[in-house]
Design a protein. Structure first.
Length: 173
């Protein structure tokens, strides 16, 4: 027996390798494998929006913007968005895409405004448009997947003037 092996046995309270060492615990069993996510149910009206799932971001001029979406499950997708400037979160928004009796609805809760809902009016491949012409701004929220870039366009009228805001986010790896 090597000197280091004997030292380990002595420290563990065992005189010989053959002696029982109740104080020394057996190594824990290996962890079970993490199951992979099942694809969304194709019958779920939200399945056509599964391309939104995952993390998206942009970094420009010291500002990081992030948006994260869950896969569609049980008639809903959850989204969260935040803007970070100089290490501080300056904006956040929680979003729920949900299946309703009227169809799919985008429900947004921005950090500085009351909650608002936008029904899905267009879904063609990887292009989705949610709209509410009665809302102040935006009246339209347009998501479009272009390669590995998610383009988000807010469109409408504010104080009688046309206004748009656009973001281009890369998939987070």
């Amino acid at each position: 027996m090597s000197r280091s092996a004997a030292m380990v046995l002595v420290l563990a309270g065992c005189a010989t390798p053959e002696a029982a060492c109740p104080e020394v615990a057996a190594p824990p069993p290996p962890l079970p494998a993490i199951p992979t996510a099942k694809p969304p149910d194709p019958a779920d009206p939200l399945a056509g929006l599964a391309w939104l799932a995952g993390g998206w971001f942009s970094e420009e001029g010291g500002v990081r913007q992030e948006e994260h979406w869950t896969l569609p499950r049980a008639g809903a997708m959850l989204g969260v968005n935040r803007t970070i400037r100089d290490g501080q979160m300056v904006h956040h928004e929680f979003v729920l895409l949900e299946r309703t009796a009227e169809g799919v609805v985008y429900r947004a809760l921005p950090s500085t405004q009351p909650a608002v809902s936008f029904p899905l009016v267009t879904l063609e491949g990887t292009h989705a448009v949610f709209a509410d012409e009665g809302h102040d701004f935006p009246q339209r929220i347009d998501y479009r997947l272009e390669g590995d870039t998610l383009r988000v366009l807010l469109d409408g009228v504010e104080k009688g003037q046309p206004r748009t805001a656009e973001w281009r986010w890369r998939r987070e790896r």
